[in-house]
Design a protein around this ligand. Structure first.
Ligand SMILES: C[S@@+](CC[C@H](N)C(=O)[O-])C[C@H]1O[C@@H](n2cnc3c(N)ncnc32)[C@H](O)[C@@H]1O
Length: 233
C-alpha cells in the first residue's frame, strides 16, 4: 500500500462500533433503514454492515483502511485499542466516566470483540461488495449510488488532524454519492467543543441545496452529543 495511505491512517484509530451503537449515534432504527441502500463511510472496524446484512438491510462499508490486508487491520486495530486504553486510563474525565457510566467500563472489551468479528467477516467476504476500499474525499462510487450515507467518528471529531478543506470536500463527496440524506456524528472534536468546521459544512449544505438539522444522539458512550442530518431538497 502507498506511503500516503499509511501516513493518513496513522492519525486515525481503526476501531468500530456495533449496529446498536450506530442506531444510537445516528438516531435511527431498523425500519428507517429497511429497503434503503446505505453507505457507511468510514466503516472502520464496525460490525454495522455485517449485522445489517443479517437483517436484510443493504450496507456498503468503505474505509481507507480497507486498502490493507485483514492481518494488517487486526494488528493496527489491536495496537490502537492499546493506545486508547492507555489514554483513557490516564485522563481524569475518563476515570470518572468509568465509575459512573457502566457502558464506559466495558467499551474496550466490546470494541476488541467487534474488531475480531469484523476482520473475520472481511476475510470471509473479501473486498469489493460489503467492504470497499475508499478514501475520502474521492470515493469509488457512482453519483447517487446510495439512498443514505452515515459518517461516524471521522469528520469533526478529528478537527485537530483534518482541516477545513478536507471537511468541506469530504461532505461534498458524500453529497455526490447520496440521493436522499446524510448523517454525521458527532459534531464536536476530541476536546468536546463544537468543531470549528461545522459552520463550513452548514454553509456548504445551504449552497448545495441540502436542508440541515441537528438531532440528539443517544449513544451511551458519549452522552449528550448531537448528530447532523442533511436532507437533499
Ligand atoms: C474511529 S474509526 C470510525 C469507524 C466507525 N464509523 C465507527 O464509528 O465506529 C475512523 C475510521 O476512519 C478511517 N479513515 C481515516 N481517514 C479516512 C479517509 N480519508 N477516507 C476514508 N476513511 C478514512 C480510518 O481508517 C478509521 O477506520
Amino acid at each position: 500500500m502507498s506511503d500516503q495511505h499509511h501516513l493518513e491512517l496513522k492519525h486515525v484509530v481503526f476501531v468500530g462500533r456495533s449496529w446498536e451503537d450506530y442506531c444510537q449515534m445516528f438516531n435511527l432504527n431498523e425500519a428507517d433503514l429497511q429497503g434503503r441502500n446505505v453507505l457507511d463511510c468510514p466503516g472502520g472496524a464496525a460490525s454495522f454492515a455485517r449485522t445489517a446484512a443479517s437483517k436484510g438491510v443493504e450496507v456498503t462499508a468503505t474505509d481507507i483502511a480497507y486498502y490493507f490486508s485483514p492481518d494488517e487491520l487486526l494488528a493496527k486495530g489491536l495496537e490502537d485499542l492499546q493506545t486508547v486504553q492507555h489514554i483513557t486510563s490516564q485522563r481524569e474525565d475518563c476515570i470518572e466516566m468509568r465509575e459512573t457510566n457502566p457502558r464506559f467500563a466495558s467499551f474496550l472489551e466490546e470494541m476488541t470483540a467487534t474488531l475480531h468479528e469484523t476482520v473475520a467477516d472481511i476475510r470471509e467476504q473479501g473486498y469489493g461488495t460489503r467492504y470497499v476500499p475508499g478514501r475520502l474525499p474521492n470515493l469509488p462510487f457512482a453519483d447517487g449510488q446510495f439512498d443514505i450515507a452515515l459518517s461516524g467518528n471521522l469528520l469533526f471529531i478529528y478537527s485537530q488532524q483534518l482541516g477545513r478543506d478536507f471537511h468541506v470536500e469530504a461532505v461534498r463527496e458524500l453529497m455526490r454519492v447520496t440521493r436522499e440524506e446524510i448523517r454525521l456524528y458527532p459534531l464536536v472534536s476530541t476536546d468536546g467543543q463544537e468543531s470549528p468546521f461545522l459552520q463550513d459544512v452548514l454553509q456548504l449544505a445551504a449552497q448545495e441545496g441540502w436542508a440541515a438539522e441537528k438531532l440528539p444522539a443517544t449513544y451511551e458512550l458519549m452522552p449528550g452529543y448531537e448528530l447532523l442530518r442533511l436532507i437533499r431538497n
